[in-house]
Design a protein around this ligand. Structure first.
Ligand code: FAD
Length: 320
């Protein structure tokens, strides 16, 4: 978070990479190999998601601790309130604290699988705001806290026409300000493909007095089906020109990936041209598109180093 703040002051663009916990042990090892190759490019931090409904809690903790202490990258762990009484929340926070992690992305989380509405678990929290307040009151300034922001409005308030009403959008903004006023240091946005919507959101946040860095969440398009699934789930607006470009090539995976790199590069260029100096890449655990975009922007150079450094410690020194 400090690096993000410094970047805003100095004329420097910084970036971060997001990963999710793989389903298999082999997948976890592959992810760590990929991370080793990616952190050579010096991201400000890397973060790891908290599986929907707390489904990956132990694995997320284990991966976070390995990231911080073996990959030696500044790590941020996502943490949601779904199915999490306060004791479990504190166990997770104590675990990462004892492993030297100082960054948390505090989220409400989605409803557990098969349920429509978020329901507060007994002894738990109802929304991200409560979680931010709890972290600040129990852990003081130890953690840097990030929260989620929604340039198009949270999916719950987006209607069948794909838009949030102006009133719902404004409520979302004001609620976001309450999260920041309660102690959040940084906002990372939901993915978007219409850069103007993101820029308007930043402007709207500034108008109501949200002054912390607002980091755009960039999800490179890696394949067509994944893109449609993700934008459907998040209710993201797909600009007409993106649909027009993808339709004729949707069955050609390589062409889709190349277009995704082109689009991601152009989006970031426009964002940077508007004075934003932070980029957060949703890697979906893939490295090529994320690195290609950063290379196109001149933020990283090609490198051939791919072996882990010799002084890294074995995984079994960490406990969750
Ligand atoms: P909140 O900030 O609590 O808000 C949710 C909605 O409720 C908003 O519309 C808000 O305005 C409204 N609301 C809540 N409380 C109030 C109130 N008191 N007054 C008025 N309005 C209120 N999900 C996961 O399961 N794991 C992850 O790792 C994960 N990572 C994410 C990372 C990012 C960057 C983003 C953008 C989302 C991520 N999500 C993740 C998804 C997220 O959990 C869902 O979008 C969830 O539905 C909302 O979480 P939140 O923290 O934004 O909720």
């Amino acid at each position: 978070i400090e690096k993000m703040r410094e970047a805003e002051k100095a004329d420097k663009v910084v970036f971060s990479f997001e990963f999710f916990p793989p389903k298999t042990e082999d997948g976890v090892e592959n992810l760590f190999e990929r991370m080793e190759r990616m952190v050579i490019h010096n991201p400000s931090f890397c973060d790891i998601t908290w599986g929907a409904g707390g489904s990956t809690a132990d694995l997320t903790l284990e991966i976070s601790n390995r990231m911080q202490n073996m990959v030696c990258v500044e790590t941020m762990m996502h943490l949601t309130c779904t199915n999490m009484p306060v004791e479990k929340i504190d166990h997770a926070l104590d675990s990462i604290k004892s492993n030297g992690i100082q960054n948390v992305l505090a989220l409400r989380g989605d409803p557990p699988h098969g349920q429509d509405k978020f329901v507060q678990v007994q002894g738990g929290f109802a929304c991200a705001l409560d979680l931010v307040k709890h972290i600040r009151s129990k852990y003081g300034d130890y953690f840097g806290i990030t929260v989620a922001g929604y340039p198009e409005g949270h999916p719950d308030v987006i209607q069948s026409d794909g838009l949030a009403t102006p009133e719902a959008y404004q409520n979302d903004l004001e609620y976001l300000k309450r999260k920041v006023d309660a102690g959040a240091d940084l906002i990372i946005t939901q993915l978007f493909y219409d850069t103007d919507i993101f820029l308007k959101f930043v402007n709207d946040c500034r108008q109501i007095g949200i002054n912390c860095p607002i980091v755009p969440g960039i999800m490179p398009i890696n394949n067509y089906k994944g893109f449609i699934r993700m934008t459907g789930f998040c209710r993201t607006k797909i600009p007409a020109e993106v649909t027009a470009a993808l339709e004729p090539i949707k069955d050609n995976e390589e062409a889709v990936r190349a277009y995704g790199i082109h689009l991601g590069t152009e989006m970031c260029k426009k964002i940077m041209a508007n004075g934003i100096k932070t980029l957060h890449i949703y890697t979906l655990n893939m490295e090529k598109s994320a690195l290609a975009i950063l290379m196109n922007l001149g933020l990283i150079e090609e490198t051939k180093i791919s072996r882990p450094l010799p002084w890294r410690r074995p995984a079994n020194v960490f406990r969750v």
